[in-house]
Design a protein around this ligand. Structure first.
Ligand code: ADP
Ligand code: MG
Length: 397
């Protein structure tokens, strides 16, 4: 499915502008949603969503602190959007509970949750100016004109769109439209902001710019943010914590560096960037482990705390931690290898090398301007034991 189709499907699922209007509090005129100033903590307790025989979200439990920026990261179909829609109130869980600011909101309709939401498709009202789009949730709440004006001006400044008040959405670029959608989600100062692939429709450069902007805004308003993305770099660079989703379940939760440096499963190691995997037998363990691959390569690797191991394990090594050097004379502590393939990536050079045992590794190194060693070149290879990480083999893997 293309990004546009997916976004269209998602928009249809929530009822297009009607859904957006509901999320923005259209039904809440004169009524109060959950009262929680600034960022509120949110807790998911074993939430489940089934569609027929298919379990889209399978007992997801997670506590998110007030003001925290948490990303749900995972491949398409892993249950990210469904989880977000349950938090927003557009999809009712089959089981479990959702707490916002300590209050159980599981059965509360969306417009009473007071949650801001931004989608990949901007869902702006096409016939309304920027200012009216942004003010919409405030008008629906019956706020006074002077206050609406004050708040609209403030968020326009926050998203850096001063001077664009009177434009219509079709007179704006994609990035500007998404800023309007963000302003509209922020203007009523929601304690929780949900964002579902908000930058998915933008090109890479603009996406990176807006990532920085969203972080700056979140720091300023101290809102709690739950952010959905399938882009690992985006999740790693923006989040306090990342939740890796796989087939409706949480695979691992941790800070960006915990997940990247210490993945507990092959799925996490693989999804969060490139990794070398070597299947090996553990032949000795004390502080670290000594392992031997089928081809006979001996290597030392770090053991995760508290994990239970059988005899076999997978060793993960990030390609940028594999160092390459000159082959002769072979320096102490280095291994002899040969270049199998090399490729040029602008900022990096990438190599596939074969150790003398036959085991293959990928190595990245910064492009310093030297021509990459061609296939067949003898090289020396080295990595540190702290950069080789043991992943226990699960029975179900
Ligand atoms: P993600 O956002 O991670 O791509 P989704 O939460 O959209 O994943 O979907 C999770 C799973 O649930 C997918 O297999 C998807 O096809 C299915 N699903 C989502 N919404 C519906 C629906 N309304 N009806 C039936 N199946 C659905
Ligand atoms: Mg999705």
């Amino acid at each position: 499915m293309s990004a546009a189709e997916r976004s269209a499907a998602e928009t249809a699922a929530i009822g297009a502008a009607a859904g957006a209007a509901e999320a923005l509090g259209a039904g809440a005129a004169g009524r109060r949603g959950v009262l929680a100033p600034r960022g509120a903590p949110i807790e998911l307790r074993g939430i489940v969503k089934r569609y027929g025989a298919m379990t889209a979200v399978d007992a997801v439990s997670l506590a998110i602190a007030a003001g925290e920026f948490v990303s749900f990261l995972g491949p398409s179909g892993s249950g990210k959007t469904t989880t977000l829609l349950m938090i927003a109130g557009f999809v009712a869980p089959n089981a479990g509970a959702i707490l916002l600011g300590g209050a159980d909101i599981t059965r509360l309709p969306p417009y009473r949750r007071n949650i801001g939401m931004v989608y990949q498709s901007y869902a702006l009202f096409p016939h309304m100016t920027v200012a009216r789009n942004i003010a919409f949730p405030l008008r629906m709440r019956g706020m006074r004109k002077a206050e609406i004006r004050r708040r609209t001006e403030r968020v326009l400044g926050l998203v850096r769109l001063e001077g664009f008040e009177d434009r219509l959405p079709n007179q704006l670029s994609g990035g500007q439209q998404q800023r309007v959608a963000l302003a509209r989600a922020l203007v009523f100062e929601p304690p929780l902001l949900l964002m579902d692939e908000p930058l998915g429709a933008l090109d890479k450069k603009l996406r990176e710019e807006l990532q920085v902007e969203i972080k700056r805004i979140q720091r300023e308003i101290r809102s709690t943010v739950v952010y959905v993305t399938h882009d690992q770099e985006e999740a790693l660079s923006m989040s306090d914590r990342v939740v890796v989703m796989n087939r409706g379940r949480i695979e691992q939760v941790g800070s960006p560096s915990e997940l990247y440096e210490r993945p507990r499963t092959r799925f996490v190691a693989d999804f969060l960037g490139a990794a070398n995997f070597l299947e090996a037998e553990i032949i000795r363990r004390d502080g670290t482990a000594l392992l031997r691959t089928r081809n006979g390569t001996l290597l030392e690797a770090t053991l995760p705390e508290g994990a239970v191991f059988g005899g076999s394990a997978l060793v993960a090594i990030r390609p940028e931690r594999v160092r390459l050097g000159a082959a002769s004379p072979l320096p102490e502590g280095w291994r002899a290898a040969r270049v199998v393939e090399s490729s040029y990536h602008g900022n990096t050079q990438r190599f596939q090398v074969a150790l003398d045992s036959g085991d293959r590794l990928t190595a990245f190194r910064p492009n310093t301007g030297e021509p990459p060693a061609p296939p067949g070149t003898a090289v020396a290879v080295r990595w540190e034991a702290r950069d080789a990480w043991v992943i226990p083999q699960r029975e179900d893997a």
